[in-house]
Unconditional design. Structure first.
Length: 261
């Protein structure tokens, strides 16, 4: 009788121990599923990707502050941190490519100037996190302000241009346009480059190419964030839409760069 009670007690303790272990493992699995997603790593050469990487943790790490880019309404610097970036340039090579879903899986999606997404979602995606805009393209945005600044008010706009157009003393024609825009659309996230940052970008461009260029920020704005001290991205995919005259050429439409470590 005593032996039966002893065996029964041992079995009960074993069941309790196994139950505790099972419950612990279940909670651990649930925690891991919530903490880490494994989104498909975009294959930047257009083939179905097979590698998976965890980058959901980036949503929980602190945003980085970029003092060269100032919010027009709040005068606060830009805060941004990305893990996997897709830069979609302008023109027509991507028409018919049907990679919109792949582009939309990136944690940060960059577009240039007033490049459209409506009507082209299947090819270029519909999400836009950052839009880098030349001072000469601001009037193009203002032709359809409800779309860019009301419907797409979650997009961050980074406007670059020479000091004469971006000055804040009332004489900067482009800056004045942007001020009026944020008055009408207070939720619009519009940032402008500082004079110091613009000079730095011009210098980098001239040093690397030997030429002055009004497109300096397009060269070293997003790219600088990617390459300088690993400020933004750990991986960047360029989804390039080359001008229409190059459509017949055998151009690679997707390129991939690992960021500087």
């Amino acid at each position: 009788m005593l032996l039966c009670v002893s065996v029964s007690t041992v079995k009960r303790k074993s069941v309790i121990a196994v139950s505790f272990i099972a419950a612990f493992l279940f909670l651990l699995v649930v925690r891991l599923v919530n903490e880490v997603n494994f989104p498909l790593l975009l294959n930047c050469f257009g083939q179905p990707g097979t590698k998976w990487i965890p980058f959901s943790y980036t949503h929980r790490r602190p945003l980085r502050t970029h003092y060269g880019y100032i919010n027009v309404r709040t005068q606060e610097p830009l805060q941004l941190d990305c893990d996997l970036c897709a830069i979609v340039s302008n023109s027509g090579q991507m028409v018919g490519q049907k990679v919109g879903n792949e582009i939309d899986q990136s944690s940060c999606i960059w577009r240039m100037n007033n490049a459209p997404t409506k009507g082209y979602e299947e090819d270029v995606g519909h999400m836009t996190m950052i839009r880098v805009v030349s001072h000469t393209s601001v009037p193009l945005l203002l032709k359809n302000p409800d779309y860019f600044f009301k419907e797409a008010n979650t997009t961050i706009y980074v406007i670059w241009g020479p000091f004469r157009n971006m000055r804040k003393d009332g004489n900067g024609i482009v800056y004045n346009m942007l001020k009026k825009t944020v008055d009408v659309y207070p939720n619009a996230q519009i940032y402008v480059t500082t004079e110091k940052r613009m000079s730095y970008c011009d210098g980098v461009f001239k040093k690397e190419t030997g030429k002055d260029s009004k497109l300096a920020l397009e060269r070293c704005g997003p790219a600088q964030w990617r390459c300088n001290g690993r400020k933004v991205s750990t991986l960047l995919c360029l989804w390039t839409k080359q001008p229409l005259e190059f459509l017949q050429k055998d151009l690679g439409r997707l390129h991939q760069w690992p960021s500087a470590r």
